[in-house]
Design a protein around this ligand. Sequence first.
Ligand code: PCA
Length: 203
Amino acid sequence: MKALVTGFEPFGGSAVNASAEAVRRLPARLGVLEIVTAELPTSYRRSHAALAAAIERVSPAIVLCTGQANERGALCVERLAVNLQYAETADNDGARPADTPVVPGGPAAYLATLPVRPALAALQAAGLPAQLSMSAGTFVCNHVFYHLLHGAAGSGHPRRGGFLHVPALPGADAPGAPSMALDDIVRGIEIVLRTAAEGSSGG
Ligand code: PCA
């Protein structure tokens, strides 16, 4: 079974993005899963085409997109992608949409098709700070997540799609800002992938 896992390039003036660093460290195989990784541009205009091209190339059963959420101190299993774009600060192309839809005429929201509760339970059982999240925001992460689920709703591929927001790496942000060690982020992504491979598609 193939899984495509994506991270994002740095954005907002940061030199690193924890999601891309973690995704680069994933093994090529994880139990029954063959893992293929890709790094997406932090761009409203270019990110979903890069994701669609990777899905086309790999034909994965599972797609897990990951991104960094600066203000969060836990791994956040996202439940919902919304059809709304609003940027506090510009993306890497200088775009700052203000309340525009991701897909004009598309549904207001999609639910993740990964088993989110089993993923949360497995993360917590491993001792990692984790929570379910009802909002991936309105920036490029939500944009990509919405496109992933919108595409899957139309084509049936991938069967399971989800999004994991990860904290920044220690020292990458202002002193005292929430962070998580890279090894723990990598372990968290692996746990979500294993759960997606095993679990039901409910949750
Ligand atoms: N985080 C941003 C976009 C890229 C990333 O890693 C977000 O949360 O939307």
